[in-house]
Design a protein around this ligand. Sequence first.
Ligand SMILES: [Fe+2]
Length: 236
Amino acid sequence: MFVDMHHHLIHGVDDGPRNFEDTQRMLKYASEQGVRHIVATSHATPGQEAFDAEKYLSHLDMAQKWSDEQGLNLAIHSGCEVLYTDAAPRLLSEGYLPTLAQTWITLVEFFPLDPFERICQAARLLGNEGFTVVMAHVERYKALQSMRNVEILRDEYGVKMQMNCNTVISKKGFLQDRWTKKMIESGCIDYVASDAHNTSSRPCSMQKCYEVLWEKFGEETANALCCKNQLDLLQL
Ligand SMILES: [Fe+2]
């Protein structure tokens, strides 16, 4: 069974599914892959656009009810993917944004070219408010192509690293693939997640990712990155 901690399944709130039928397709798809826990991480852009928590929670409720009726065996948890802005620490600490499965853990993304100092500052400020940061799709940031920088974030700020399934599955070029391999082998990646937005161009590919991880890095790593580490982190 898999835990997908980064998944845009809630309809009508971000660039994920447009309607509830699309959400239903995504839920069915995830369940067929063996996913048993999903954190519904819709985009939030603090200080730029208000997060419609009421709509988000009512659509999450609809998704959970439909999933139960269909016997999909899925637990859908609340959360969001926070784009780091200067307003993010305050809005998170004041409770305007859902954290991952109602913990003190938050999934945070940055702009790809944000400097390393800004990422460290974000981890520090969020840490001061009591939050642990999970870095969304760590492969996306220029500053984190340096393994040393990744280690600093992990060791000094306690940041956890999430990689997208697609990065594990698809070839991205020699240098990028070498970086991915090094990151996984050295234990710098804590979780993989689908970052699914639909069932076509950006589907939930946890099953395929698990198979590739098993083949390249062994069963223990595959289990840790697809399930065990998430269960430990979120206490599911
Ligand atoms: Fe995302």
